[in-house]
Design a protein around this ligand. Structure first.
Ligand code: PLP
Length: 409
């Protein structure tokens, strides 16, 4: 088992408090160096085989991050026309983009296919429509639901029998019948098990199911095992041992290719693994309240900016950047949204004072992309540090941004 090191603020030669004062609080801060390092780790782990990374950009669609990904040879996985458009604006060609929809209107699929993206077909009705619309003129992949339960918690498991995602492997006969009827060109099988998977075992299990299923499709070029690699959340946390996972999966994949009689490409669609650790949400404390039951630290942000703790109980390590050597005390760290809005419960932090700057770690994935304007709050700015330079890559919203779609001003 690989264990994470102590979680700290790790962007060299950068003063986060100064950045916060320049760009306003709260602020999303990303480290390009971490994205490069994580990408390199994955590339290295699969260096012996024909592997492609398709970044699941739902994790973070900032155009500067998409451009960085493109510059280091990472392709894209998108789930909506908006993400597809952002990928193209960032310089990707549609052929480098995979569209992995979840029960979307078929016009969205048509727009993606007509633009030149490849689609992961996720239902029998969509497969029927694909066959009727394109016959064998356009290739596609099929998203298989392997009926395997794995992932950090029930809300982020996507391949178990009750999951809405993909076409159950138990419907293989029906899939084959539709494919044959329209002569659909199936060039790949896809699955995504879920998020926060630390061991190779679930990947191997679903890989075996796809390899078995692959025998029924003679023209495959790709096996896509989705994303879901676990990252470290708290000091001492178990994380995916990428080198070991790479070795195990590569061996199994090579064996499969030999049996299949052709060298296929293996695709992964990591989101979190590439960008989670690269991101920090910096906030300022507004009120420190010593309540008889708890000490509360209120901050100038909330679930509108980082919903993960409230949505699926995720842990974000917190640093007190203003008082790192303060005496340890326990706090509930809470947001300003008028709902239960708790970032951390009973968390030991160096003494927190009003106005201190806190950093939430692991905020690079599913932070800004899941943010909202709830309570008519504006979203923060985003800054990317790359090659030693801090660059504003999204300005802070304004009240005008909030009002501009209202028609009854
Ligand atoms: N691929 C698909 C189809 C997904 O739905 C997701 C996440 O929801 C991912 C990849 C990325 O998952 P992760 O960020 O855990 O790597």
């Amino acid at each position: 088992m690989q264990v994470a090191e102590q979680n700290t603020f790790s962007i060299q030669n950068i003063d986060p408090v100064e950045l916060l004062n320049t760009y306003g609080s709260p602020l999303y801060l990303y480290d390009g160096g971490t994205i490069r390092r994580k990408t390199g780790e994955l590339q290295e782990a699969f260096a012996g085989i024909n592997m492609k990374i398709k970044y699941a950009c739902k994790a973070n669609t900032n155009l500067a991050i998409l451009r960085l990904m493109r510059s280091i040879g990472v392709e894209l996985d998108v789930v909506s026309p908006g993400e597809l458009e952002m990928g193209m604006i960032a310089g990707y060609t549609a052929s480098q983009i995979t569209f992995t929809p979840s029960g979307v209107p078929f016009e969205e699929v048509k727009a993606a296919v007509d633009a030149g993206a490849i689609v992961n077909v996720d239902s029998i009705p969509l497969l029927e429509w694909f066959g009727q619309t394109y016959g064998n003129t356009k290739p596609c992949l099929i998203r298989i639901k392997p009926n395997v339960a794995a992932g950090g918690n029930a809300k982020i498991m996507t391949a178990h029998a009750d999951s809405k995602f993909g076409i159950s492997v138990l419907l293989l006969d029906q899939i084959l019948e539709v494919v044959k009827r329209y002569d659909i060109k199936i060039i790949g099988l896809h699955q995504h098990t879920g998020s926060d998977i630390k061991d190779a075992e679930p990947f191997l299990k679903v890989a075996d199911i796809l390899f078995e299923t692959a025998k029924h499709f003679p023209d495959l070029e790709v096996i896509d095992l989705g994303g879901g690699f676990k990252v470290s959340y708290l000091p001492g946390d178990a994380v995916t041992d990428m080198a070991l996972l790479g070795k195990n999966i590569s061996e199994r994949f090579e064996k499969f290719c030999k049996e299949y009689g052709r060298e296929l490409q293996l695709w992964f669609e990591p989101g979190k693994f590439l960008v989670s650790e690269a991101g920090y949400l910096l906030v300022k404390t507004t009120v420190v309240k010593e309540d008889p039951a708890r000490n509360f630290v209120h901050v100038d942000s909330g679930l509108n900016h980082l919903i993960r703790p409230m949505m699926y109980g995720s842990y974000h390590h917190i640093l007190n950047l203003s008082n790192p050597n303060g005496e340890p005390k326990k706090y509930n760290v809470v947001g300003y949204i008028c709902e239960t809005d708790t970032f951390a419960t009973d968390r030991e932090l160096p003494e927190v004072r009003t106005g201190d700057v806190l950093a939430f770690l692991n905020a690079g994935a599913y932070g800004m992309t899941m943010s909202s304007n709830y309570n008519a709050r504006i979203r923060p700015a985003e800054v990317l540090i790359d090659n030693g330079e801090a660059k504003l890559v999204r300005r802070r919203e304004t009240l005008e941004d909030l009002l501009k779609t209202q028609t009854d001003l």
